[in-house]
Design a protein around this ligand. Structure first.
Ligand code: SF4
Length: 317
């Protein structure tokens, strides 16, 4: 892989590399992988997430009635206002949001700031969801999720990135994972040895990404639920060139891979180009992978696929 500029990924993005490097490649490098079919339950979580974000962004404490009103509005905004299970969804959302508010009781909210962690010249950007000065005088830097906690979540590289960010920017503070479906806030704790191991792992991931290593972690359990399931397989031969601009924000669902048109490539019979206004970029890349054909031009950015090799091992399914 040919990359101009420094790598910069958010902690959730790099955690995806940990679970399956190939999925990371489809999601954050090629921006393909298909779309998930959204369920009513996913819309419920989206509604809760929007209320949480609004509460964090607001300087004014939220009353019980305001919480109910905001929940109803958010559920309606997600198309659940007339759903047959609307009452049940409303109860679930209310329980999650009440727990969220209870964790803030008596605390002073501070504006969360993104923390940049430099690892060997590359960058991990950690964006806490909220920072609270608790009544006991301890500052809590929190990541808030609406779902349940995964078994390894408190020890994975994402957790390590949050701990590193807290050590760097909030000395003396604690790092917390809040899971609203569990109704639990878990304080993160890694021993020095564990933290060093995770830091080394993060550095290795970044080096592997730069080197174009994206092996597939094939699993009969996770692959069927992967958005990239139907395109996962061989990738075209040749180096992939991307230009990276360093000023973009990084978030859970955004990529720091900037799409910048590059200068016309030198004539090369083995070079395929993607650069037209006719097609959406991700649709065409996905279609090309699915159909096993060469890439067609795509909008707004250009991949140069030339003779060479990137990691292209095909998962055996
Ligand atoms: S289908 Fe499986 S191997 Fe392929 S990207 Fe998804 S999780 Fe990884």
């Amino acid at each position: 892989m040919v990359i101009d500029g420094r790598l910069r990924f958010g902690a959730p993005q790099i955690a995806l590399y940990d679970s399956c490097p190939r999925r990371f490649f489809y999601t954050h490098v090629l921006h393909v992988g298909g779309r998930r079919t959204t369920t009513a339950f996913m819309h419920l979580h989206e509604a809760v997430r929007s209320v949480v974000e609004a509460v964090i962004a607001s300087d004014v404490p939220v009353t019980e009635q305001e919480l109910i009103d905001r929940t109803d509005t958010a559920l309606a905004g997600e198309g659940l206002g007339e759903h047959g299970y609307r009452a049940e969804f409303r109860d679930l959302a209310s329980a999650m949001l009440r727990f969220f508010l209870s964790g803030r009781a008596g605390a002073i909210a501070e504006a969360p700031v993104a923390v940049s962690i430099n690892l060997g010249g590359e960058e991990i950007l950690v964006e806490p969801d909220e920072v609270l000065m608790r009544p006991d005088g301890i500052r809590a830097v929190r990541r808030v999720r609406t779902g349940h906690m995964r078994s390894a979540e408190s020890k994975d590289v994402g957790a390590a990135a949050l701990i590193l960010a807290v050590k760097q920017a909030y000395p003396g503070a604690v790092a917390e994972l809040v899971h609203l479906s569990d109704g639990e806030a878990s304080e993160l704790s890694l021993s020095d040895r564990e933290l060093k191991g995770r830091t080394d792992k993060l550095s290795k991931f970044l080096a592997d990404i730069r080197a174009g290593r994206f092996p597939a972690e094939v699993s009969s359990r996770t692959c069927p639920n992967c958005p990239a399931f139907f395109i996962c397989g061989p990738t075209p031969d040749g180096p992939l060139q991307k230009k990276v601009r360093l000023t973009l924000p990084v978030g859970e669902s955004r990529s720091d891979w900037t799409r910048i048109a590059v200068a016309p490539p030198r004539p090369n019979l083995r070079t395929n180009r993607m650069n037209t206004e006719e097609l959406l970029d991700y649709d065409d890349v996905g279609d090309a992978l699915r159909e096993g054909r060469s890439l067609r031009p795509a909008r707004g950015y250009r991949f140069l696929l030339a003779q060479g090799a990137i990691s292209t091992s095909c998962p055996a399914r």
